[in-house]
Structures are given as structure tokens and as C-alpha cells.
Design a protein around this ligand. Structure first.
Ligand code: GTP
Ligand code: MG
Length: 255
């Protein structure tokens, strides 16, 4: 078919293919979730229903994008790590970030009712998305460590802050000034000595966030035998130290 005279405008589209042989991470982050969480009465400091909905939406992304080998989520954000050699969308950056972000957002709304059965979203939630490249295994590990350290720092602060308010009767301003300049040991001490809370026994999903990986799980067959099936599983484990990576060497190995 003859091309129209307008065809040339295609040339204005920039080639945004990601460099070969690099880890591709797409991170989505809730827009204005400080407000969204308040408007939807998320429990403070953590709402297990809301975090579980985030995990469900991220699972939808991994079900659709088979080249995502690992995802990590905490608070209102999720990071999706694509295999280093993925050819999904010819590695086009905007295609990857917009498709992941769009599916994550629609799944968040689609599954809302399973986690918040008595309420509807009061307005459409928005997530931003970005694609970032990491050239070395150390870089991708450091990226994930950065996000998990962020989870730890924020969660310890928020847990102490809200305990001072909800159990200690402080105002938000008083709690803020009490925590100003404190180190993590001080916060652990406040929780333990004033409220009998051992931070280390708080649920791991809250302290460590959620890692999604694919694992071969034995499933029962009608004839009584079993078959291994790849399933997406949630783990709330440390990904900063070496142990996780030593027991999951396949994740960083290019096949
Ligand atoms: P932008 O991302 O810049 O648009 O701002 P934001 O308001 O989304 O803030 P940010 O992404 O930095 O932080 C996420 C915010 O979501 C937190 O500060 C909390 O206010 C809120 N949030 C996330 N998870 C929970 C939760 O489980 N419970 C409650 N109460 N709030 C949460
Ligand atoms: Mg946000």
C-alpha cells in the first residue's frame, strides 16, 4: 500500500531502546499516596490490606511479563526487575514503563474490592512509572538494597511515631520532636522500654517489604502423582545480605 505524505512524522519518534546487556528495572510509585491513604482510611502506620493489594497488583504484572524475574515492593512502590537479556518490546524504555505501570494501576483497581470489600475507591488512583538501567550485578543488588533499607528506615520511624501517638497519647508534633535526631537504636529502645514492643518481632512484610519470585511448586495431579509448576510466590526476606543471593544464584545468572 502506498504510504501517505504524512508518514514522515514517524521520524520524530525517538528510539528509546535500553542498552543491551543491562538490568532493566521499572519502578512504579503511587502519586500523592499520603493523601490517598488518608482518604481511604489506611491503617497507620501500615495497612496490611493495602500492602496485600499492592502485592496482588504486582503479581498481575509478573503473570503478564514473564521476563520479570524478581519484584520488590514496599509502601506505595514496586520495582520490577527484567532479565538482563530480555527482548520484551525490543527493550523500548517507554513501552516497558507504560505497560507495566498501566497494568499495575488497573490491577490495583480491579482487585480493590477483594481487599476493601466495603468501600469503593473514592477517586482513580495514579501511579508513576520509570525505567532505570543497572549495568552490573552489584548495581542491581545495591538498587534493591537501597529500596529495602528505605523500607526499614521508614517503617521503624513510622512504627515508633504512631506508637507514641496511638499508645503514648502524644500529639503528632510532640512525637516528631521526640524522634528528632534519634538513631535506630533509640527508636528500638523507645518501643521496647515504653511500650513493651520488640521491633524485631513485628511482621516481616512490614519490616522487610515483599519479594516476588517464581518458584517451582509441586502440585497434585488427578492420578495421585505430583508435577512441578512455576508459581509466583511472596517472600518477606532480607535481600541486602548475601544469603538470599547465594541461595538464588539463578536470578543473577544470564542464561
Ligand atoms: P509522591 O509519590 O511524590 O506523589 O508522594 P506520596 O504522597 O505518594 O509520598 P511517598 O511516595 O513518598 O510515600 C508514600 C506515602 O504513602 C507514605 O508517606 C504514606 O503516607 C502512604 N502510605 C503508604 N503505605 C501506607 C500504609 O500502609 N498505611 C498508611 N497509613 N499510609 C501509607
Ligand atoms: Mg508515592
Amino acid at each position: 500500500m502506498a504510504k501517505s505524505k504524512f508518514e514522515y512524522v514517524r521520524l520524530f519518534e525517538a528510539d528509546d531502546r535500553c542498552l543491551p546487556n543491562t538490568w532493566i528495572v521499572v519502578r512504579v510509585d503511587g502519586k500523592g499516596f499520603h493523601k490517598f491513604s488518608t482518604e481511604h482510611e489506611y491503617e497507620k502506620p501500615n495497612d496490611i490490606k493495602a500492602l496485600s493489594l499492592m502485592n496482588r497488583a504486582a503479581t498481575s504484572v509478573m503473570e503478564e511479563f514473564k521476563d520479570v524475574c524478581l519484584a520488590y515492593g514496599q509502601s506505595d512502590e514496586y520495582s520490577f526487575v527484567f532479565r538482563k537479556e530480555t527482548q520484551a518490546y525490543s527493550r523500548r524504555s517507554a513501552k516497558l514503563s507504560t505497560n507495566v505501570c498501566s497494568l499495575f494501576t488497573s490491577a490495583f483497581v480491579y482487585y480493590w474490592n477483594e481487599y476493601f470489600p466495603t468501600s469503593k475507591p473514592r477517586y482513580p488512583p495514579v501511579f508513576d512509572g520509570r525505567t532505570v538501567l543497572y549495568p552490573s550485578n552489584q548495581n542491581i543488588r545495591d538498587y534493591l538494597s537501597w529500596r529495602q533499607a528505605d523500607c526499614h528506615i521508614n517503617n521503624l520511624y513510622n512504627t515508633t511515631f504512631w506508637t507514641l501517638i496511638l499508645k503514648g497519647g502524644l500529639t503528632p508534633a510532640e512525637a516528631e520532636s521526640k524522634l528528632k535526631g534519634t538513631l535506630s537504636g533509640d527508636k528500638n529502645e523507645i518501643l521496647f522500654s515504653q511500650f513493651g514492643i520488640n521491633y524485631n518481632t513485628e511482621p516481616e512484610m512490614l519490616r522487610k517489604g515483599t519479594v516476588l519470585v517464581r518458584r517451582k511448586i509441586p502440585v497434585a495431579l488427578p492420578n495421585g502423582g505430583t508435577r512441578e509448576k512455576s508459581q509466583i510466590v511472596q517472600e518477606h526476606v532480607d535481600i541486602i545480605g548475601d544469603e538470599f543471593w547465594n541461595t538464588n544464584t539463578h536470578l543473577l545468572t544470564v542464561t
